[in-house]
Design a protein around this ligand. Structure first.
Ligand code: COA
Length: 260
């Protein structure tokens, strides 16, 4: 690890990244973003990692946003670079090629909510709170929030949240489709890990292909998306895991996937 703002644990194909600045509610400063990017690049290249879970240290916060002390020093030029830095790390998560799940254990505000939205799924503790409070600082969301939130919850609700800066509960976030599942706080980590383990047992190339094809829906027309899907479907039919998966079904035995 390049600094102690990120903790990493690995178990049975699931890597858990913990944002580790609990005294600052895991606010995303430059050191943390550097360590997060470094850790993600390592896990992306690591063949033994099949699924990543991102969570926050302590019981209070997932991440309470970009570090406002560092944000305060920005001007018009550096502010743009500040946003692009965060966007690059979060796009790396979205295009990671392996499922990334946010286990949201508390406040997910500003950049924290944007980090959760860059993940492929969000599981939340009942105590979690979501929001884009940047309006109250005189700025806008800068780590992808204006683009990902409307895609997840629709334009009207996204505008309500971004313009008001209001926080919503985990239950409300679930109702809106921002959150996949809500658990009692004490069960969040174990339930997320159980789900992550089921994904880690799937064929890795098929997981990657599912992500690639489904994420294409956000950026392409339906017609173009169908071409993307057929092409990726064909690619998966050329894998050893496809031959194994279909043979195992026909032979009534569990499949043994090898990621080839
Ligand atoms: N950046 C830097 N520091 C932050 C932070 C952030 N985004 N969010 C919280 N902190 C720090 C606080 O300054 C405080 O530090 P201190 O103990 O050295 O004074 C510590 O974390 C605890 O936060 P505190 O505000 O005392 O906790 P709280 O329970 O009273 O309030 C929040 C919790 C989340 C409501 C409040 O911290 C908050 O509004 N944070 C900012 C959220 C935000 O605007 N995010 C978008 C940033 S672009």
């Amino acid at each position: 690890m390049i600094n102690d703002t990120i903790l990493l644990a690995q178990h049975d194909g699931v890597a858990t990244i913990t944002l580790n600045r609990p005294d600052k509610l895991n606010a995303l400063n430059a050191d943390l973003l550097d360590a997060l990017e470094h850790t993600l690049r390592h896990l992306q290249a690591d063949a033994s990692t099949h699924v990543v879970v991102i969570t926050g240290s302590g019981s209070k916060a997932f991440a309470a946003g970009a570090d406002i002390a560092q944000l305060h020093a920005q001007d018009a030029h550096s502010g743009r670079l500040f946003a692009e830095r965060g966007q690059r790390v979060f796009s790396l998560i979205e295009r990671f090629g392996k499922p990334v799940i946010a286990a949201v254990n508390g406040f997910a505000l500003g950049g924290g909510c944007e980090l959760a939205m860059a993940c492929h799924m969000r599981f939340a503790a009942e105590s979690a709170r979501f929001g884009q409070p940047e309006i109250n600082l005189g700025i806008i969301p800068g780590y992808g929030g204006t683009q990902r939130l409307p895609r997840l919850v629709g334009m009207a609700k996204a505008l309500e949240l971004i313009l008001s800066g209001d926080m919503i509960t985990a239950q409300e976030a679930h109702r809106l489709g921002l959150v996949n599942r809500v658990y009692p706080a004490a069960e969040l980590v174990e339930s997320t890990m159980t789900f992550a383990a089921t994904l880690a047992a799937k064929a890795p190339l098929a997981l990657r292909a599912c992500l690639e094809a489904t994420l294409a829906a956000a950026d392409t027309s339906s017609l173009e998306g169908m071409h993307v899907e057929a092409s990726i479907f064909g690619r998966t039919c050329g894998t050893v895991d496809f031959t194994e998966g279909t043979a195992a079904f026909l032979e009534k035995r569990p499949a043994v996937f090898t990621g080839r």
